[in-house]
Design a binder for this molecule. Structure first.
Ligand code: AHR
Length: 505
């Protein structure tokens, strides 16, 4: 058995858990919007066409913020197409996903839906085929009280009060050659700065995210961030990161340790932001918005890109395994560990498309395996993230990563009730691990919950015919010690341990 020792000291705090860390993403892509969150006429939908079963699962998941409407989709989108009387809205070609876009769901529908989901909206403006003027008119429509063309247009569409949307993305993945209106770093950096300047003139209270790299493997990674920040540092609040992790042939440990790649990516972007801050001699610190992250296995569109134009085609409907859920649990550990710099994170996407929730027209929506670590982390990562000192007696070998630490862990502590929650992952596929956690505190604890995902049946999925095949299972493989707690972590598993202070304080 692998042995790992960790020390927690409630005095050593990384940062309060950022409320926006448990975000998601709704894009006009495949069946995420249409037949996902919105399916008028479905027996599970309400009078607005919102799937009530999907809304219920979204709330259960603890989704705190939702990015909309894209994604690659936004770079060819005209927001005006999606507002006003539905019968007058145009049907368009969506060039990003080779789909037919009927525009029956748009901004006002999304804002009604997000209120029901009890989450915060995060809107993206089109800086691909459009620019400063359209970003400003969209902001005027959403946030300006009244008495101007676009604010009065909103009112004429039945929404008297401004929406006061705070969080805005300045385009999407503008470094990617696949992006409509793809730009060089200098072109995008200038445009982001000018768009931000103009948007802040409309509403100084907004928070702005500039595009970082589409993934850490982009040839321009690092140089892109530096150039964009040189132009836009003073105008923006956040820089984005996107990453989708995949299985690695012949290297299950490498896949289970995907969070190491996330750690490195975040460290690189933090270093770049701080490098530009030093060059600019500014005290302002840029935070990170990891606004697309997930694991994925299916291609988005066939390589020849010749499929028929369709409305809401089945795209990237990954069926996730128990192993994927373990990886997702570890990615959430990485995000929490970096909560001093990662202020926003959105798992991509919410329903059907690379998603924790699945919906079919003839069934109630169900939870994919990856739903569970997200929901438990969103619910129980409370208070402050604690710094974890970890040591293990061994490393495990990954052909693609080299030596990998077998166990990864993070902990949070809620000062209000004295509770501590430990999230841990064993990335060894062959050996269980004994996690020995020392907690620097006079109090003893009681164990409230010990839940495990994985450990066996790693390829099991939650199919429509068996939607609860993979769920978190209770475990008793733990022991309170005079200095903390020990717990056994099965091979290839994710674990949550909830500890309460004896007096419930
Ligand atoms: O989430 C799917 C797509 O992945 C998004 O549209 C794009 O931003 C990314 O490449």
């Amino acid at each position: 058995m692998i042995t790992c020792k960790a020390t927690l000291d409630p005095a050593f705090i990384v940062a309060p858990v950022p409320p926006r860390l448990f975000g998601s993403f709704v894009e006009h892509m495949g069946r995420c919007v249409y037949q996902g969150i919105f399916e008028p006429g479905n027996e599970n939908a309400d009078g607005d066409g919102f799937r009530l079963d999907v809304l219920e699962l979204t709330r259960e998941m603890g989704v705190s913020v939702v990015r909309y409407p894209g994604g690659n989709f936004v770079s060819g989108y005209s927001w005006e197409d999606g507002v006003g009387p539905v019968s007058a809205r145009p049907t368009r070609l969506d060039l990003a996903w080779r789909s037919i876009e009927p525009n029956t769901f748009g901004l006002n529908e999304f804002m009604r839906w997000i209120a029901r989901a009890q989450a915060e909206p995060m809107l993206a403006v089109n800086l691909g085929t459009r620019g400063v003027a359209e970003a400003v008119s969209l902001l005027e429509y959403t946030n300006f009280p009244s008495g101007t063309q676009y604010s009065d247009l909103r009112i004429s569409h039945g929404q008297r009060e401004p929406y006061s949307v705070k969080l805005w993305c300045l385009g999407n993945e503008m470094d990617g050659p696949w992006q409509l209106g793809h730009k060089s770093a200098d072109e995008y950096g200038r445009l982001a700065a000018e768009t931000a300047k103009a948007m802040r003139l409309v509403d100084p209270s907004i928070e702005l995210v500039a595009c970082g790299s589409s993934h850490a493997g982009m040839p321009t990674f690092g140089a892109w961030e530096t150039a964009v920040l040189e132009h836009a540092y003073e105008q923006i609040d956040f820089l984005s990161l996107h990453a989708y992790y995949k299985k690695i042939d012949g290297d299950p440990v490498g896949y289970l340790a995907s969070a190491d790649s996330m750690d490195n990516f975040i460290a690189g972007v933090v270093a770049t932001c701080d490098h530009v801050a030093a060059m600019k001699r500014t005290k302002k610190q840029i935070k990170l918005s990891f606004d697309e992250w997930n694991v994925e296995h299916l291609p988005y569109i066939p390589e020849e890109n010749q499929q028929a134009w369709e409305h809401a085609p089945r795209v990237a409907e990954d069926e996730y395994t128990a192993e994927d859920a373990v990886v997702i649990g570890n990615l959430l550990i990485s995000l929490l560990r970096h909560s001093d710099r990662v202020a926003v994170a959105c798992q991509a996407q919410l329903v059907n498309v690379i998603a924790p929730i699945r919906a079919e027209s003839d069934a109630k929506a169900w939870r994919q395996t990856i739903f569970h670590p997200f929901a438990l982390t969103a619910r129980y990562a409370r208070g402050d993230v604690l710094r974890v000192e970890m040591h293990s007696d061994t490393t495990i070998d990954s052909p693609s990563r080299g030596d990998v630490k077998p166990v990864d862990m993070v902990a949070t502590r809620d000062v209000n009730d004295g509770s501590t929650t430990i999230f841990a992952v064993n990335r060894s596929v062959s050996d269980a691990a004994l996690l020995d956690v020392r907690i620097v505190q006079d109090d003893t604890y009681t164990i409230v919950e010990h839940a495990v995902i994985g450990g066996a049946h790693l390829s099991a999925v939650n199919a429509q015919s068996d939607p609860a095949r993979v769920t978190p299972l209770p475990s008793t493989a733990h022991e309170l010690t005079d200095r903390g707690i020990t717990a056994q972590l099965p091979p290839a598993s994710w674990t949550m341990l909830r500890l309460a202070a004896p007096d419930g304080r």
